[in-house]
Design a protein around this ligand. Structure first.
Ligand SMILES: *Cc1c(COP(=O)(O)O)cnc(C)c1O
Length: 386
């Protein structure tokens, strides 16, 4: 059997020196028909799954038409595994399979704050390999339940920094593959098109009054989403600019602002899915035009305002992006600048009923959302940003 690294006795090595003749060509052939048959089947299953899937909706956030600014939300919560990480997990599995990194029967291991692991557990189950998620102990219980539901295993660490080392060590111990979203997210995604999230948004805006958005507002966990948007708008020669909204306990904002790839932050992010303690290799500062540091209480206030506006709950990171997007709406309306803005619904709020939708959790975290909730309701009623 072939192990994770493809180690086995090398057949076909000819080391017998023939007297007088030419030096024999050293020839190592690792081709393995059984593995290739498995690989073809695995790639087909992932592609077939994509082929069965529909695109996600581009929703409108209701704003008075006369403001001249339209706000759209790309609803990534409707993927089969409930978040924008469905796209990433599919890309990472295809990348790992086609690179020869994911092998039959050896486990796939990931360091994740949850959403990626939920989606990867789905693809691991689809192709029939074991899956282990290394996650912070504070990850929502609902996400762990979803990982186990897809046949994955959850392995907890207390220190957010320990996650990477533990995942790599686990892969070493089990002969598995550490899929490493924080390194590979940006390169596993087809940034030039292939119906990536950016291409999808632009095609869905085609019949709108402002089809080329002035701003796209993303948030960053791996940085993959902002990298894909940033690269795509440059490649397509659009004027759209990319804003990344960063939560409190994250180093991305400072690292970006001071051009410091060594920036770190001490605490784990309270907004699941976004905000990292180190400048992740997959986070591409050069593809980002603007960043905002959003207080966690503002993220929660925004996500609760979203439910009032469109009748849907979403996760905290959706609130972080929405807060920034609303601030830009106010700025544009104030300047009399017409145009559109796109942000994202990253995952559903039902995963966080005991967090962002729990007043007890807010009190325990010392978060007071009242001033931010008031700012949003005032803005939506009057058009003035306090
Ligand atoms: C990963 C994630 C993000 C950010 O996306 P990246 O492409 O990793 O930067 C935002 N929200 C949620 C819920 C996520 O899981």
């Amino acid at each position: 059997m072939l192990g994770a690294g493809g180690h086995r006795e090398e057949p076909g090595v000819n080391s017998t020196q023939q007297s007088g003749g030419p030096v024999p060509t050293v020839d190592v052939d690792r081709s393995d028909p059984a593995y290739r048959t498995w690989l073809k089947e695995a790639v087909r299953k992932v592609q077939a799954d994509a082929n069965r899937s529909a695109d996600t909706h581009l929703l409108r956030f209701p704003l008075p038409e006369e403001w001249g600014v339209d706000l759209y939300l790309k609803d990534e919560s409707t993927h089969p595994t409930g978040s924008l990480k469905h796209r990433l997990a599919r890309s990472l599995f295809l990348y790992g399979l086609c690179n020869g990194w994911i092998r039959p029967e050896s486990p796939v291991i990931e360091a994740s704050s949850g959403s990626t692991a939920v989606s990867e557990a789905y693809f691991a189950q689809l192709i029939g390999v074991p899956f282990i998620a290394v996650m912070p102990r504070t990850t929502s219980r609902e996400k762990c339940r979803l990982i186990e539901f897809r046949g994955g295993r959850c392995h907890f660490v207390d220190d957010p920094w320990a996650m990477y080392i533990e995942a790599a060590a686990l892969a070493e111990r089990t002969g598995g593959h550490y899929i490493d979203q924080f390194t590979y997210a940006e390169r596993a995604t087809d940034w030039r098109g292939n119906n990536n999230i950016a291409e999808s948004v632009y095609s869905q805006l085609r019949n709108e009054r402002f089809p080329e958005p002035v701003w796209i507002v993303a948030t960053a966990g791996t940085g993959g989403t902002s990298a894909t948007f940033g690269r795509y708008v440059r490649y397509m020669q659009y004027d759209t600019r990319i804003c990344v909204a960063d939560p409190e306990n994250s180093c991305f904002f400072d690292g970006w602002r001071h051009h410091d790839p060594g920036a770190t932050s001490e605490f784990g992010s309270r907004i699941e899915g976004i905000g990292r303690p180190r400048m992740e290799p997959s986070f591409l500062p050069g593809a980002i035009d603007r960043m905002m540091k959003v207080p966690d209480a503002a993220s929660v206030a925004a996500v609760r305002a979203l439910e009032q506006a469109i009748g849907r709950k979403a996760g905290g990171s959706t609130g972080t992006g929405l807060w920034s997007a609303l601030k830009i709406v106010a700025e544009m309306a104030g300047e009399g600048r017409r145009g559109s803005i796109v942000s994202l619904i990253c995952d559903p709020g039902e995963r966080y009923l005991d967090k962002y939708y729990s007043d007890a959790w807010l009190a325990q975290q010392g978060l007071d959302i009242t001033p931010y909730a008031l700012a949003i309701s005032t803005f939506l009623a009057t058009g003035r940003w306090p």
